[in-house]
Design a protein around this ligand. Structure first.
Ligand code: FES
Ligand code: FES
Length: 176
């Protein structure tokens, strides 16, 4: 069955261009100004605030989303660049992806949430990487998270999560 297209309107719509994309499996059509960023489109127009805004210059990874399955900083993407693409945010991944749910559980168990603000971006980055490589090493996972910064405490809890993913035991337990 063809998904229903949801049409949103930005308040400056009269000057705008129309962009169509799939957001967490739902087709969206949005008229907006050409300078609209994807992070603002997702948070303000679509109301999905799990994607965070912090540095706004591509350094922290808080705004990470999947674009056609690849992690990208939504603060650096313009809305016209996602025309025809598939976007997945932490909300959609949490609803549908058991692997993502288990990564979230590991973050909880290992105390890796810390400020919690950066966690959605980290989980989106890990999810994108695991779609590409299902049996990564700890080093692979560190690389996968190299675009996600924590400035509150440290990386101890986060590294324990990576160790658990890399050792593969969560798969053997049938959690993913
Ligand atoms: S808010 Fe986009 S990378 Fe920091
Ligand atoms: S987890 Fe957000 S700054 Fe450390």
């Amino acid at each position: 069955m063809k998904p229903v297209t949801k049409t949103l309107h930005h308040k400056e719509e009269d000057q705008g261009m129309t962009v169509q994309f799939t957001l967490n499996g739902e087709e969206v059509e949005q008229k907006l100004p050409p300078e609209r960023r994807v992070v603002d489109l997702i948070r303000s127009d679509c109301g999905l605030t799990g994607t965070k805004v912090s540095c706004e210059v591509g350094r922290c990874g808080a705004c990470m989303v999947l674009v056609d399955g690849r992690p990208m900083n939504s603060c650096l993407l313009m809305a016209y660049q996602i025309d025809g693409r598939r976007i997945d945010t932490i909300e959609g991944l949490s609803e549908k992806d058991s692997q993502v749910n288990h990564i979230q559980q590991l973050f909880l168990e290992e105390g890796a949430l810390q400020c919690g603000y950066c966690t959605p971006g980290m989980i989106v980055s890990l999810s994108g990487y695991l779609k590409k490589k299902s049996d990564p090493s700890h080093e692979d996972l560190k690389d996968a998270l190299s675009g996600n910064l924590c400035r509150c405490t440290g990386y101890g809890g986060i590294h324990r999560v990576l160790e658990q993913i890399a050792d593969g035991s969560w798969k053997k337990e049938g959690k993913t």
